[in-house]
Design a protein around this ligand. Structure first.
Ligand code: GLV
Ligand code: GLV
Length: 327
């Protein structure tokens, strides 16, 4: 008989069909998000699982499911995984890097431009029938080309945004990251390393692309917002919790910064009610990687990781290294 796996959320039918050829699949067709107890129960007897950011894999769940061997997240981020607990339990964790890099960088730029140029705010005004005449200062926003772009988090996606800014829009790109890029990569991205403080004080547009961790929690809070220029914009395509959303809503209402663009939220899909009250924020429902082609590639890579690990003992894009795994 085939090994049993759980597909914990709805996925593309084509990818599901491929998995069914190799595995006995328990599929969450209804796409209701499992409670931790339901997830643990549905994993009983399963050696693998395909998850998204909504499924938390932690020590208690692993202890209740000692037969589990691999969990493939359909996301580049994996803050829903307790990776040390998975490693300790001998469970392979995988994510979907690379396939979404350029698509996500495109969206970071889309949010940056929509925020700087007040695209959604002005559309709401138009749809509300408030547009009765043109006016010289109507929805006058911030310049994008030639402005200073500050990128916090210079992984693959951050580098993609840097290239778009420097090569496409003639921006002066500065970045902050835990480690500096190689001189070659800095030259290719035309990006200059600065301290977080200098970045916040000098950037016209700040884009956040850092992975979520205890250390990156509230990378931007009230003290950081106070350092930014009153004309500056802030874009978060990283994770909820990287920004203190309550502090940001206050800063936007007080015009301490000009505007923000947010694709991710603390406690999403809930959005801080004060963010919904301020006009100078562009809000999108965690769609930065959402093109048909990229979402398909992410689902395919997650599925391929399950097949590769459970049939050949080697994941394609592992997050953790297990003792005894071939390098
Ligand atoms: C989406 O947020 C991802 O991590 O891929
Ligand atoms: C993270 O993996 C990134 O590409 O920035």
């Amino acid at each position: 008989s085939k090994p049993s796996i759980l597909v914990a959320r709805a996925i593309f039918p084509e990818v599901l069909a491929q998995l069914r050829e190799v595995f006995d699949v328990d599929y969450n067709e209804a796409d209701d998000i499992f409670t931790p107890a339901e997830l643990s129960r549905r994993l009983q007897g399963k050696v693998g699982a395909l998850t998204t950011g909504s499924e938390r894999i932690d020590a208690a769940l692993l202890q209740a499911n000692p037969q589990l061997k691999v969990v493939a997240n359909m996301a580049v981020g994996f803050n829903n995984f307790d990776v040390p607990a998975m490693t300790a339990a001998g469970v392979q964790a995988t994510n979907t890097p690379d396939v979404l890099t350029e698509t996500t960088a495109d969206f970071g730029f889309a949010l940056l431009m929509a925020t700087a140029r007040r695209v959604t705010e002005s559309e709401h005004y138009l749809r509300a029938g408030q547009w009765t005449k043109w006016r010289y200062d109507m929805f006058a926003g911030a310049e994008v080309h030639g402005a200073t772009l500050g990128i916090i988090g210079m992984g693959r996606i951050g580098q993609g945004i840097a290239r778009r800014g420097s090569h496409g829009f003639g921006m002066n790109v500065v970045y902050h990251n835990r480690s500096r890029l190689s001189p070659e990569l800095e030259a290719e991205c035309k990006a200059r390393y600065v301290s977080k403080q200098e970045l916040l004080q000098t950037a016209d547009h700040v884009v956040l692309v850092v992975p979520y961790s205890a250390e990156s929690h509230h990378t931007i809070g009230a003290p950081e917002l106070a350092l930014m220029k009153p004309t500056a914009t802030l874009v978060n395509i990283a994770r909820g919790g990287i920004v203190d959303d309550a502090a940001l809503a206050k800063a936007l209402a007080a015009h301490q910064i000009a505007a923000a663009g947010l694709d991710v939220f603390e406690g999403e899909p809930a959005v801080h009610p004060d963010l919904l009250k301020v006009p100078n924020v562009v809000l999108t429902p965690h769609i930065a990687s959402a093109t048909v082609k990229t979402r398909m590639a992410m689902a395919q890579l997650a599925a391929d990781n399950l097949v590769a690990y459970l049939t050949q003992g080697k994941a394609l894009t592992p997050v953790n290294t297990l003792a005894g795994t071939p390098a």
